[in-house]
Every structure is written in C-alpha cells, then in structure tokens.
Design a protein around this ligand. Structure first.
Ligand code: ADP
Ligand code: ZN
Length: 751
C-alpha cells in the first residue's frame, strides 16, 4: 500500500515534493491524480507523479484532498503523464506548463466541480504608454493587464486574481474602464445549423483499400497499456473530394467494434458544425453507447469540463477536437486521426510550443495505437516520411463518386492593367465567369486572404506607410468603421487626413481587402445575394452558422471570405471558385511560403465542382510562373513535392536539417540585441559538431505587442539534439532583466 507520493506543485516552477497519503485517500491517488496540499503556509494544488514506498523528508506533510468531487476526480491517465514528459523535454517547456495545457482551466486549480467559472478577457489592447502610466498610478491594474496580455486567451477570474496578487475591486475597476470583460459562459458554436441528411455510401475501391489497411492495425485492448507493439503511422493522401472523411468514419467503426476509442483532430477553423455533424449523425445514435465528445476553444468552461469528464470516464468514446485535444484523456485510444495534417495551426504559438500532429504520432507510439494522418496536400515532412517507409502511404487520387477535378485557369494580373485594381481586384475574366454562374443559378466562392478594406495607407508623395506603434506592421484600413487597425495586436486609430510625415494631403489606401471586394461585388451584381465571411463579420454569436446555413440552403449566391472558407466546406452547387490574389503569402520571408501557397490554392480550388456540374477555378496572380501556382493549377502534388524537396535539400531546410528558433524579446531594443549576442556565443561554445548557430537578427516582424524581437536560429540533424542543447544553455545562463528567450522547436512560423 502506498504511504507517500511525489507531487509536482502547480505554481512552483516545477518543484517536486513528497507528501504523505492519509488513510482516507489511500488507493485514490495514483500517478496523474490531482491533489490539494499545503505549501509553506498556503494551500496549493499539484499532480501526483509517482507513488513512493518511503520518504526521507523529515516532518512530511499529508495531502489535504483531491481536486474535483468524489467519483468525478480530475486525474490524468498515466499514459498522458508519460506524454507530458516527452512534450516537456522535446519542446523545452516546463513540465508543469505541459500538465496545465492538458487540463481544462476549471480542473487545474482547487475549485469544486460544477461551479460556474467567471472568465476574464482583454477587451482593449493596452499600448506600451498606457501600461507605463498604469505602472505609476495603479500597479495592480497594470499587473492584471500584463497577465491577460501574456495569456492571450480568457483566464478564470480566481486564477487571474491569485497570480496578480490583487483583489476583486481591481478587476472591477478595469471592467468599468472597459479594459477587460468578464463573462460567465461562452456560447457553444456547436449548435443548430442546416445539414444535408447523411446516407452511408458504399466505399469505392480506393477507400476500401485504405480502410482495410488501417483496420489491420487496429487491435482490441490487451490489458495494461494495450495496443500493438509496432503501431503504424498511415499517411492518407487523398485529393479534395476523394472521401477521406468516409475513410475516417469506417475506421472508427472498426475501432469501436474492437472495444476501443478514437481521437480525431481537425484544424480549429475546420471544426464547424458541419464537420461535427458528420460524426454525430453516424455515431451518436440514441441508445448507442459510444458518445461523441467535442473539444474546441469556443466551449464555455462548464461545457469543456463536462466533455473532459465524459472522455475521462469512458462515456464518450469518440473525441473530435482542435490542437489541444491531442491531450484528451482517453484511456486506451485505438486510433488517432489527424485531418489536414499539413496545417500550420496544429503548432501552438505560445509555450508549450508543441505541434499537435507530431505529439499525436508520439502519443500513438506511447499508447501502442495506430495514427492516421490525412491531407490532400501533405506536408513535405510527412510525405518524405511516407516515401522513406517510416509511414505507410495510402493514396486516393480520384474524387469519391467520379466527379472530375475542377478546371483551373490562371489570370495574369499584369496583363489586366490598372483596371483590375480599380475594379476592386476583379479582373475581366473573373467578372465574366461570375456573371455566367449567376445566370445559371449556380453558386460562387471568392477567396481573399486579407480582411479589411485596403491593406495599407500610404503617402504618394513621400512613401510613408502608416504602421502600428506597438508592432512593425502596416495598418489595414477598415472603411465602415473609419479606422486603421493592426491585425496583430488590435491597435486601432483614425486614418489621418494628411500624411503624418510630410503633411501632404494626398495620403491614400492601396491593396485590396475583403471589405472592398464586397463593395465592388454589390456594385457589379446588384441582384446577387452576397455574404462576406471574415473575422470582422463573424464576431456575433451564431453568425458563422447563419452564413453557412444560408449558403447551403442557396439563399446566398456569392460567398466571399478569408481562409475561414478554405477548409472542409462541401457545397455541391458551387461551380466557380475565384482566388482574388494568389500572391498574398508567396513573398513572405519563410522557407515554407511556397508550400503554404500551393496548399492553400489546392484546398480552396477543391471547394469547386463537388456536385453534378463540373467546377471551374480562376486564380488571379501577378506571378503566374511561380511553381506553387503552376503545380496547383495542374493538380500536381507529386510535381510540387519533387521540386520543393530538392529546394529544401539544397538549402538544408527542414526536414533535411531541423530548426530550433530562439525567440528573444524585450521592451528595450538594446537589451534584446545584447541578449541575442550573448546567447549566440553561449550556444556556439556549447554546440556539438554539426550544429549551426546563426547570428542574432531582428525578427521579420521586428516589433510586436510593444516588444522588440530578435531571432537566433540553430540548425542540426535532430530536434532532440537541438532541444537538449537549448535546455542546457538556457539553464546555465541568466539573461538581462526584462529579456525573455523562448525556444521554439520545429517552428512553423518564422515571423
Ligand atoms: P475530402 O475530405 O477527401 O475532401 P469528403 O470526405 O468531404 O472528401 O467527401 C467528398 C464528398 O464525397 C462528400 O459529399 C461525401 O459524402 C462523398 N463521398 C464520400 N465517399 C463516397 C462514396 N464512396 N460514394 C459516394 N460519395 C462519397
Ligand atoms: Zn500592433
């Protein structure tokens, strides 16, 4: 019988302490259990790491309780503890922060289950000046705002107050001044909507072959740990409309039949009611015992906790969720699916900076369960693994019920002259194509990855561009609101009537955003029913469902949107997809710029021609010769991959060499730069042969959220090697005050 446990204390920077287990908790605190205890003279919470037979600690204290209610105790399955160790090591993130990411906020702390949690969100983004002023007059308020800024997402009020060391009046004051908003619950996005009734199709030969291979790898639970000794990773490469979802559904049926559970990851943006419905309508049959649980960032805290508990208790055997659902507490998953595995949004851009696809592959290995990665445009990394035989490649090169791939035409904007620009970005060929589809009562999707009216405000005399004072980005003009906004930090201000630099009144806007295209469409097609879908129009509750529902029910003719409309939508009556500017991402300073453009074009084009009528795609571009555009145009993934992989090899980019990006920031530019030089020489001294350390350089987005940023890049043969080097060097070094250096292993964004 256990007498003692070793506990990782939540708020203690990774301290592990021993506690005694009183009789009443005996047998109820296995590794993974969440416990309440005293740390010095304060109550605290922690996670049991292991049971120990004896402890040397004199005067050892007892644990006081278990987090949650009896029978609803919030313990982590032991396999997740092992996964957390790996994530913490590989991504150089504190173990405690990884455990925190695994638990819903209300189960992190010592709060009793079932209670409503008040969540605090930043309502306005304070700039550096405001923070400084508050620092002098109201330091507690400043501290609170800083914590919210750092969190970047809603924080439970008790947790916020505790970490800021302030009391409720401080929060109240900030709320009244309009800096923060406090809500009890957030509405679920997973409700209502209009769906097509689903029928279960017969698998075509490609699908049948894929499902058969996957089923061979699915095993019944075999006691402790379960699973196969050599679980497989599959890469399902299926063109858009090839019926990948049906393959997922059939594989999950097999998993359930084997008595196990399944985890499905989709990009946040594709976690739509339509997606969820495809799973629910198949598995959530009343009376059936396998429920579907959904985890996404729009869940209210109470719902999130409830879903977590349903998964933990085994009541839900199918879990669908975005990035962080990779940590869902299933006890014995029989299959982990990662849809759209190439998506950059699987990478978390704050600590712990994990990549959910790669964590999924590791989780599969630890749990002995197969992993299925699916995409129409696999990442170079995964496709290379498949060609090398590390993953098993399953190909579905045809659309599911024999529809043709859409015909893609490229419109060279250089030949369209100034007219295309003055017509809000719509070239003559695109205008003609739209008119024709409208006449045929077919639907049109138009894609532009830039919201707002104009993408910059610039002076024609001196070339001055209006930029965000906190970030180095140019401000986007939003005409309806008569504001210029920073799309990184949310700063906004009135557009100037004269150039702030040279006082010339000729300041004007350039570059086209969705708002401006909408204006043009309404002018050109006054009869057409037009809807715009981007972060600006989708802020209201239920607006997303409404717009998609209307489009599905053919109450809308033209749907114009940003990447929100690029993924997973399946509308049979859409016969024309127009890509208004294919070049938006092409010239970004990132070795993946070409890959991303190819993926985005292929995905967006894939929305066309999913019904009886053949689809057509028009891509407008100023660089028609770019390989990304040419290969997308010919639906030629292999061609694109071949040329991309040789480019990566020549320059030693991933996956040939791995990258660890050290992100250095400080409010002081000198401090950040000095720390960069200091780190570069420390890394050079410690680096083993074969690891290359760059000079520190200003980040492509040099200022963000009021901080100055520098990057230091390490390149080496393996990620593990780089992260252990980073842990060693950062552990033995103290940085100048106010400088933060965060390691980003296998970074997705280099900005
Ligand atoms: P993908 O995710 O590969 O782009 P989907 O899973 O969305 O493709 O499938 C595209 C369409 O084909 C959907 O409308 C789906 O219902 C249909 N479909 C899938 N499998 C079959 C099949 N075997 N026979 C007929 N239709 C199918
Ligand atoms: Zn900004």
């Amino acid at each position: 019988m256990t007498k003692f446990v070793r506990v990782l204390i939540d708020r203690s920077e990774g301290r592990e302490l021993d506690y005694a287990v009183p009789e009443e908790f005996s047998g109820r605190v296995p590794p993974g259990a969440r416990v309440v205890l005293m740390l010095r003279n304060r109550r605290a919470t922690g996670t049991v790491l292991e049971e120990i037979a004896s402890s040397e600690v004199p005067g050892i204290r007892p644990i006081l309780g278990i987090v949650g209610e009896t029978g609803e105790e919030a313990s982590l399955p032991p396999s997740l503890l092992r996964l957390a160790r790996w994530v913490s090591g590989y991504y150089c993130a504190p173990f405690a922060s990884v455990l925190k990411a695994m638990l819903p906020p209300s189960l992190r702390g010592e709060r009793i289950a079932g209670k409503r949690i008040r969540m605090v969100t930043l309502a306005r983004h304070p700039d550096a000046g405001t923070l400084e002023k508050l620092g002098r007059t109201a330091p507690k308020r400043r501290r609170l705002l800083e914590i919210l800024l750092a969190a970047g997402s809603p924080v439970p009020a008790p947790e916020l107050l505790a970490s800021a060391g302030s009391a409720a009046p401080t929060l109240k004051a900030l709320e009244e001044a309009g800096w923060v908003s406090v809500t009890e619950e957030r509405a679920s996005r997973d409700a209502g909507g209009e769906y097509l009734p689903s029928r279960v199709p017969d698998l075509n030969p490609d699908q049948a072959r894929a499902v058969e291979s996957i089923m061979e790898a699915v095993t019944p639970p075999s006691g402790e740990g379960g699973g196969s000794a050599h679980p497989s990773v599959f890469l399902l490469h299926g063109v858009t409309g090839s019926g990948k979802t049906e393959v997922y559904l059939r594989s999950i049926e097999a998993v359930l039949a084997a008595g196990r559970s399944a985890l499905v990851l989709v990009p946040e943006i594709a976690l739509t009611p339509q997606t969820v419905e495809r799973f629910r309508s198949r598995f959530d049959i009343p009376g059936a015992r396998h429920g579907v649980a959904v985890l996404h960032s729009h869940l209210g805290e109470a719902e999130r906790r409830e879903e977590w508990m349903r998964i933990r208790s085994g009541a839900a055997r199918i879990v669908i969720g975005a990035r962080s659902a990779v940590f869902a507490p299933l006890t014995s998953p029989g299959l982990i699916i990662v849809d759209e595995e190439h998506e950059g949004s699987y990478k978390q851009e704050e600590s712990p900076r994990y990549h959910a696809r790669d964590v999924a592959v590791m989780r599969g290995r630890l749990e002995g369960c197969p992993v299925l990665l699916g995409s129409a445009t696999p990442s170079v990394e995964s496709y290379r693994n498949a060609l090398a035989g590390k993953y098993r490649l399953l190909e579905m090169p045809r659309r599911a019920d024999g529809q043709k791939m859409p015909l893609i035409r490229v419109v060279d904007l250089r030949l369209q002259g100034k007219r295309a620009v003055s017509d809000g970005g719509l070239s003559a060929p695109l205008q003609i194509a739209i008119s024709r589809r409208l006449e045929l009562s077919q639907q049109v999707i138009l894609f532009l990855n830039r919201r707002g009216y104009a993408t910059s405000v610039l002076c024609e005399q001196c070339g001055h561009v209006c930029r965000c004072p906190n970030c180095s980005l140019s401000l986007t003009l939003h005409r309806n609101a008569d504001r210029m906004a920073c799309h990184l930090c949310g700063h906004s201000s009135r557009p100037p009537s004269a150039c702030p630099e040279c006082r010339d009144p000729g300041i004007r806007h350039s570059g086209t955003g969705t708002q401006r295209v909408e204006e043009t469409l309404r002018r050109l097609y006054p009869e057409a029913r037009i809807a715009r879908m981007d972060a600006d129009t989708m802020s209201g509750r239920g607006s997303y469902e409404k717009v998609l529902g209307d489009f599905r029910a053919r109450r809308t003719d033209i749907l114009l949107g940003t990447q929100m409309i690029a993924k997973g939508l399946d509308f049979p009556n859409v016969t024309l997809v127009g890509i208004i500017n294919a070049d938006t991402g092409l010239h970004s300073p990132d070795f993946r710029a070409g890959e991303r453009t190819f993926q985005l074009l292929t995905q967006v084009a894939g929305r066309a021609g999913r019904g009886e009528a053949e689809g057509e795609v028009l891509i407008q571009t100023y660089s028609p010769g770019s390989p990304s555009i040419q290969h997308a145009r010919h639906h030629d993934f292999a061609g694109f991959y071949g040329q991309e992989v040789s480019f990566r090899e020549v320059f030693g980019h991933p996956p040939f060499r791995r990258i660890l990006l050290l992100r250095i920031r400080s409010v002081s530019r000198e401090d950040a730069e000095r720390a960069g030089r200091m780190l570069a020489s420390a890394f050079r001294r410690a680096a083993p042969e074969g690891v290359e350390v760059s000079d520190p350089a200003p980040a492509p987005i040099e200022r963000a959220h009021g901080s100055h940023r520098f990057h230091l890049t390490l390149k080496g043969a393996s990620g593990t090697l780089l992260s252990s080097l980073a842990r060693e060097v950062l552990g033995g070094l103290s940085l100048p005050a106010g400088v933060v250096a965060s390691p980003d292993v296998d970074p997705c964004s280099l900005l």
